[in-house]
Design a protein around this ligand. Sequence first.
Ligand code: DC
Length: 230
Amino acid sequence: MNSNPIIIAVDGYSSSGKSTMARDLAARIGYIYVDSGAMYRAVTLYALRHGMATPEGNLDAEALNAALPDISISFSPAGADGRQHTLLNGEDVEKEIRSMEVSGMVSPVAALPEVRHRLTELQREFGRRRGIVMDGRDIGTTVFPDAEMKVFVNASPEVRAKRRVLELRAKGENVNFEEVLDNIRERDHIDTTRKESPLVQAADAHVLDNDSMTIPQQMDWLLNLYNSIK
Ligand code: DC
């Protein structure tokens, strides 16, 4: 039993629902939630806006590495929608970082070692006071290898693409299923095969297979695990 606040790492594939579950879990147990993917997305948006990355897939890694000291990422407190928003150099970019354009370039950006080092440092800083739920790809393996609770979320590419299409359409983006499925497969490939901190399941992670689980069932599963560790 552990009466002090702990660190909870939630890793898994794109659109596996891990951000929603991590955010809900944090709210439920009074922890801070940090979406590490949003940080990679914000760096990608910066690169796109400054011509260091193009929607056609070109990436000027040298220019982006040199610009890293000029990129500041933070989160606003939860707003009227109950969610915290991602801030890029103080500007609320929560909507822009979820676009298909950013999704299409974020994996190559997240594969750059300098970008990863910079964001890993920042993520560790967020976790200094513990009592945090952070979701991403390498949280339980690289960012917080000593996290007391590690969850690895699994779901099939088709189920994830379906969820993502619904999410994007609800936001008014006109996307088709095949395009989203391709993007998910492509990101899975880059995320799992990159040299630096690839997406792998930590040996001590608890696997949550959520293809056919409802959101309340997931929450019960997470709370049971949390209570057994805490
Ligand atoms: O969780 P997401 O789809 O918003 O993440 C966006 C991208 O960022 C994803 O393609 C992989 C990358 N990422 C990463 O490499 N490491 C993390 N800790 C979080 C995200």
